[in-house]
Design a protein around this ligand. Structure first.
Ligand code: GDP
Ligand code: MG
Length: 163
C-alpha cells in the first residue's frame, strides 16, 4: 500500500498549488483504494523511488446544513484520519493566524506524524518570517514556494521520513 499524505491548512495558503506539484495524475486512483472516501481530491504521486497518494482538502462546497468552517474542519479531520503523514501548510507572507493555531492543536492532540511547511517563501531570505511558526509546537517550519516549485522535491522525502 502506498503511503498517504494529507495536505491541510487554512484556505488560500497554497494547498492545491502544492497538490498539483506533488501529483501527476489525479482523481483516477480512487477506485483502486477502497478505504478512501470519494468526495475529496486524491492524486497519485511519484518521486524517485517513492510512490504515494496525496489528499487535498478545502476545495469543496459546504453542504446546506453546515457552515464553511465546520465543513473545513470535517474535511481536515477526515483527510488526517486517512493519512499516514500530514503536511500542514501555512502562509509565511500572511503570518500566523488563529486558524493555524486550531489546526496545530488538533494535529498535536492526535499525535499523527506531521510536517510544518511555510509556503510562499520565494524571495524571502529573512528567517524572522519563519520563527513565529515555532509557536505552533510542531517543530521546524520548512520554507517552500509551491507556485515556483522551490523546496518541493525534498518535501516528499521529509514527509515520508516522519513515518
Ligand atoms: P488553497 O486554498 O490552500 O488550496 O490555496 P491555492 O493553492 O488555491 O492558492 C491560493 C493562492 O495563493 C493562489 O492565488 C495561488 O496562486 C497563491 N500561491 C500558491 N502558492 C504560492 C507561492 O508559493 N507563492 C505565492 N506568492 N503565491 C502562491
Ligand atoms: Mg485548494
Amino acid at each position: 500500500m502506498k503511503p498517504v499524505i494529507a495536505l491541510v491548512g487554512r484556505p488560500n495558503v497554497g494547498k492545491s498549488t502544492l497538490f498539483n506539484r506533488l501529483t501527476k495524475s489525479r482523481d483516477a486512483i480512487v477506485a483502486d483504494f477502497a478505504g478512501l472516501t470519494r468526495d475529496r481530491h486524491y492524486g497519485n504521486g511519484r518521486q524517485g523511488k517513492h510512490e504515494y497518494i496525496v489528499i487535498d482538502t478545502g476545495g469543496f462546497e459546504p453542504d446546506a446544513s453546515s457552515g464553511i468552517f465546520r465543513e473545513m474542519a470535517k474535511q481536515t479531520q477526515q483527510a488526517v484520519a486517512e493519512a499516514d503523514v500530514v503536511i500542514f501548510v501555512v502562509d509565511v507572507r500572511a503570518g500566523l493566524s488563529a486558524q493555524d493555531h486550531e489546526i496545530a492543536k488538533y494535529l498535536r492532540r492526535l499525535g499523527k506524524p506531521a510536517l510544518l511547511v511555510g509556503n510562499k517563501a520565494e524571495g524571502m531570505k529573512d528567517s524572522m518570517h519563519m520563527s513565529e511558526f515555532y509557536e505552533l509546537g510542531l517543530g521546524e517550519v520548512y520554507p517552500i514556494s509551491a507556485a515556483h516549485g522551490q523546496g518541493v522535491r525534498p518535501l516528499v522525502e521529509l514527509a515520508l521520513g516522519q513515518l
